[in-house]
Design a protein around this ligand. Structure first.
Ligand code: ADP
Ligand code: MG
Length: 254
């Protein structure tokens, strides 16, 4: 551990700042000098072909993966080997995965209170109140006492979102949150995410739901082969992309 206090040493106002970040899996370079700034309240959608490094990019931001070159700052705190820094950064980030990653042996309510009570030492009653607040937000308060596997996929994903929100993150990272869902359940999860975006949450969302991107994104990013090929406002990205690679990608998915 590098000292006991978290030092703010970024010079940028961005809540997420990546400077020439590279990462390899063995000899394979998965992220190639990625530079990226995201401001507070910004909603950024990341798309791109399978294997282009989208998951790795957002997993590096909360240190589920370690980058090997370049710097990452979250709220001005450098993501390095300092355990304090990593803990401080993780406490401001929420993450929602394609697979919902709920604890199957805990009820929905217990899934939502375990973090706040164990990690944040909240009183059970307060944690339960907060949990019910967010279950109402994602419109499934009536499911509180069920187990995850008794819920539909769309409901489970909304529980996963509510569970993240119970930890009061400032930034939410989503990695293809609707990819594992049946088509009829996609909308209910996207609607939840749209409401979250409208509440002012800073969000990075890896998704191929281009309707969502057009509705809420401030910026859309195309990744290919570990590079950010294009970053533009949705209007520009979809209707006047600068790069051939973006056009080819859009032709494939639209
Ligand atoms: P995407 O999310 O855009 O589909 P990923 O970030 O998951 O892409 O993966 C990018 C590339 O890195 C892929 O070629 C993938 O096979 C490879 N990769 C991902 N995770 C690992 C790992 N843990 N070890 C080795 N290679 C990996
Ligand atoms: Mg992925």
């Amino acid at each position: 551990m590098k000292g006991h206090t978290v030092t703010i040493n970024s010079t940028s106002s961005a809540v997420i700042q990546m400077n020439a970040v590279s990462k390899w899996y063995g000899a394979f370079k998965v992220l190639n000098e990625i530079s990226l700034e995201i401001q507070k309240g910004e909603r950024v959608v990341v798309c791109g072909p399978s294997g282009s490094g989208k998951s790795t990019l957002i997993r590096c931001i909360n240190r589920l993966e370690e980058h090997q070159k370049g710097d990452i700052y979250v709220k001005g705190i450098e993501l390095n080997d300092s355990v304090k820094n990593i803990a401080a950064i993780r406490s401001s980030l929420g993450m929602v995965f394609q697979s919902f990653n709920l604890f199957p042996h805990l009820t929905v309510l217990e899934n939502l209170t375990i973090g706040p009570t164990l990690v944040r030492h909240m009183k059970r009653k307060d944690a339960e109140e907060r949990a019910m607040h967010f279950l109402r937000k994602v419109r499934i308060p009536e499911q509180a006492h069920k187990y995850p596997l008794q819920l539909s996929g769309g409901q489970q994903q909304r529980v996963a979102i509510a569970r993240s929100l119970c930890m009061e993150p400032e930034i939410m990272l989503f990695d293809e949150p609707t990819s594992a869902l049946d088509p009829e359940m996609i909308k209910e999860v996207l609607d939840t995410m749209i409401e979250l975006a409208e509440s002012g949450m800073t969000m990075i969302v890896v998704t191929h739901e281009m309707g969502f991107a057009r509705t809420v994104a401030d910026n859309v990013i195309l990744m290919a082969d570990g590079n950010i090929v294009e970053r533009a406002e949705p209007e520009e990205f979809f209707f006047n992309p600068k790069h051939e690679r973006t056009r080819t990608f859009l032709d494939q998915i639209l």
